[in-house]
Design a protein around this ligand. Structure first.
Ligand SMILES: Nc1ncnc2c1ncn2[C@@H]1O[C@H](COP(=O)(O)OP(=O)(O)O)[C@@H](O)[C@H]1O
Ligand SMILES: Nc1ccn([C@H]2C[C@H](O)[C@@H](COP(=O)(O)OP(=O)(O)O)O2)c(=O)n1
Length: 228
């Protein structure tokens, strides 16, 4: 169901892995009739392309050099998010364990961030200049990509809840191993030099540990109504 709000706005949703950003952002965008941008999918797509080309993702100089020739295009329909690399649909392949294990070092490379942040700002500009709102989710949206966003949410959930949900999503993967993998990624994503995962000073913290997905969506739609 769509809710009416005032002026369409940019909504930034950041937070650690598995906190519910994608599902919440898609739900909020759908409820408000907004566009949706999954920036994590862009870092994953870049990683997939580098692995396809046989690049050692721990070689930052090589990653920086190669990244400039990789073209990533994201669709912004929250009901049917798409992502292509050089024209190939990679929505499925970017979710493999191989990509998940390699994405943090790739997203720590400053040149990669420069290229993707530029593309993300373009996508935001495209939506807003057409008079549409957009929900953008990632790690540095409220701090770097869209620091002027009228609504910034920092979405968190307990590590055990995040791991259990992600393991279930992956078809019953081992919850302990999933929790370790999430913790490893959080550690790299929060301590890297380039745009680490941090809460913007003016972000509203939403803890989804004890809320259903619908409750989290409803809460953020309410915040959007107040902000627009
Ligand atoms: N509040 C919630 N309650 C229950 N499950 C949730 C909630 N939020 C998200 N999920 C589920 O948790 C899993 C991870 O969510 P996802 O949106 O992919 O997180 P992120 O984008 O932060 O990695 C998904 O299977 C999603 O459906
Ligand atoms: N704005 C962003 C979005 C994601 N990243 C990086 C950090 C994450 O480990 C990877 C993958 O992000 P993604 O949101 O797909 O991760 P999860 O869905 O939480 O598993 O990309 C980033 O550095 N900056």
């Amino acid at each position: 169901m769509r809710s009416t709000v005032g002026t369409p706005i940019v909504i930034a949703i950041d937070g650690p892995s598995g906190s519910g950003k994608s599902s919440t952002s898609r739900g909020v965008a759908t409820a408000l009739g907004y566009d949706y941008l999954d920036t994590g999918a862009m870092y994953r797509a870049m990683t997939w392309a580098l692995l396809q080309r046989g690049i050692d993702v721990t070689d930052a100089a090589k990653v920086a050099e190669e990244a400039t020739s990789i073209s990533i295009v994201s669709g912004v329909d929250p009901q049917e998010p798409t992502i292509t690399v050089d024209g190939t649909d990679v929505s499925g392949p970017i979710r493999t364990d191989e990509v998940t294990a390699a994405v943090s070092p790739v997203s720590a490379v400053a040149r990669v961030r420069e290229l993707l942040v530029q593309a993300q700002r373009q996508a935001i500009g495209f939506s807003t200049s057409a008079g549409r709102g957009i929900v953008v989710e990632g790690r540095d949206i409220g701090t770097v990509v869209a620091p002027d966003a009228p609504l910034k949410v920092y979405l968190v959930a307990d590590p055990a809840a995040r791991a259990a949900r992600r393991a279930a999503e992956l078809g019953g993967a081992d919850a302990t191993a999933t929790q370790e993998s999430l913790a490893r990624r959080d550690q790299i994503d929060s301590t890297r030099a380039a745009s680490p995962l941090t809460q913007a000073d003016d972000a509203v913290v939403v803890d989804g540990t004890h809320l259903t997905l619908d409750e989290v969506i409803e809460h953020i739609v309410g915040l959007a109504r107040d902000a627009s």
